[in-house]
Design a protein around this ligand. Structure first.
Ligand SMILES: [Zn+2]
Ligand SMILES: [Zn+2]
Length: 362
């Protein structure tokens, strides 16, 4: 989740940086009345209510507010509010890289803040195109991709010198903070995830300036993936610990190379072609058994013909067994849907015939 110094609590409440405690309470009161889940049924009302409450929980407490201002000014050790709350601001994470020429989705925004939250790193999946020959004989392929790497400066801990964490001063280690709403609704306390530690109850003692306390930094890196002989489309090869590093020294994820073998991929018109053949099949069998030929019979025949044409056009030479197996799966899937429709239309026809007979005077 976003941590304390990623959010502009002043903007959320709509007050200025030097607003008095009274202004803050008034602003919160107005917003919370409008957004309370009991009153406001808009889908995002609850989320916004939580955000407003979180902002209020921090700004209504003199100490928390001072720490928040200090953090946003880029000096976590200062106790006094700073004149420049944007100096240390960090927003947008690492999203700038999403949609890069490598085409690898980059999951998880960079966490910035002093929260101590050891979380395992995610796997990074990279698609690798292999020719039929490469897939058959095996191939070593270098891939370029983006990942979070353990931070050099703090060795992944997130803490520059001591490598340690201490109890979160905002929540006292519980991981959640309470906002007193009794002045507003008469009824008690509202609980929200602690914005300073992100719910872990601990904060970094001296956050590393390189990684901002998360213990990992975004990089573009290269790795070699070794596809063994007899690799097929969709096969996945793992390279241990080359995925995203975990936060604060937690275990990292793997790099996963996913083979894409064009000759084995059943896509587009060919895929539809197999499906159409399967779909028409139950009807054709029905017509063959009943001996009734109608317009629908010709439509079904046309479906089969166009299906075959699509498949032949996509090319059937040099296709692997996997490709044909996937084609067969499409036929079965089309057949299942065709069968269902055939069943519905037959029972509908017999049902309406039965009703007509029942309505007919004897
Ligand atoms: Zn906390
Ligand atoms: Zn670091």
């Amino acid at each position: 989740m976003a941590t304390m110094n990623e959010k502009d609590y002043y903007a959320i409440l709509g007050v200025s940086k030097d607003a008095s405690a009274r202004d803050i309470q008034k602003a919160f009161q107005q917003k919370a009345r409008k957004l309370h889940p009991d009153v406001n049924k808009e889908p995002d009302a609850e989320e916004r209510f939580k955000e407003v409450s979180e902002a209020y929980a921090v700004l209504s407490d003199e100490q928390k507010r001072a720490r928040y201002d200090a953090m946003r000014s880029g000096n976590p050790f200062a106790g006094a509010p700073s004149a420049n709350p944007y100096a240390g601001g960090y927003s947008g994470g690492y999203q700038g890289y999403t949609g890069s020429p490598f085409g690898v989705p980059f999951g998880g925004a960079q966490r910035r803040g002093s929260a101590f939250n050891p979380e395992a790193g995610a796997d990074v999946v990279v698609d690798v195109d292999l020719s039929a020959v490469q897939a058959k004989n095996g191939a070593r392929r270098a891939v370029k991709y983006r990942r979070y790497e353990p931070c050099d400066r703090c060795a992944g801990s997130g803490s520059v010198s001591s490598g340690s964490s201490h109890t979160c001063p905002s929540c006292g280690g519980t991981g959640s903070v309470e906002v007193d709403l009794s002045f507003l609704f008469g009824a008690g306390m509202f609980q929200t995830v602690c914005p300073e530690c992100g719910g872990s109850g601990r904060v970094i003692s001296d956050p590393c300036p390189e990684c901002g306390g998360s213990g990992r930094t975004p990089v573009v890196t290269e790795a070699v993936i070794e596809f063994p002989p007899d690799t097929h489309d969709g096969d996945m090869i793992r390279v241990k610990a080359m995925g995203h590093a975990g936060t604060n020294g937690a275990e990292g994820g793997d790099l996963v190379g996913r083979a894409r073998v064009a000759s084995e991929r059943l896509e587009g018109p060919a895929r539809t072609g197999f499906y159409l053949i399967g779909f028409a099949l139950p009807f054709l069998i029905l017509f063959a058994v009943s001996g009734i030929v109608s317009l629908v019979t010709f439509i079904c025949l046309a479906m089969v013909v166009s299906g075959i044409v699509s498949i032949v056009r996509a090319g059937v030479r040099d296709r692997s067994r996997l490709w044909w197996k996937r084609g067969l799966e499409q036929i079965v899937s089309g057949c299942a849907n065709g069968l269902l429709l055939a069943f519905i239309s037959v029972s509908f026809a017999s049902c309406s015939r039965g009703m007509m007979m029942g309505a007919m005077p004897l």
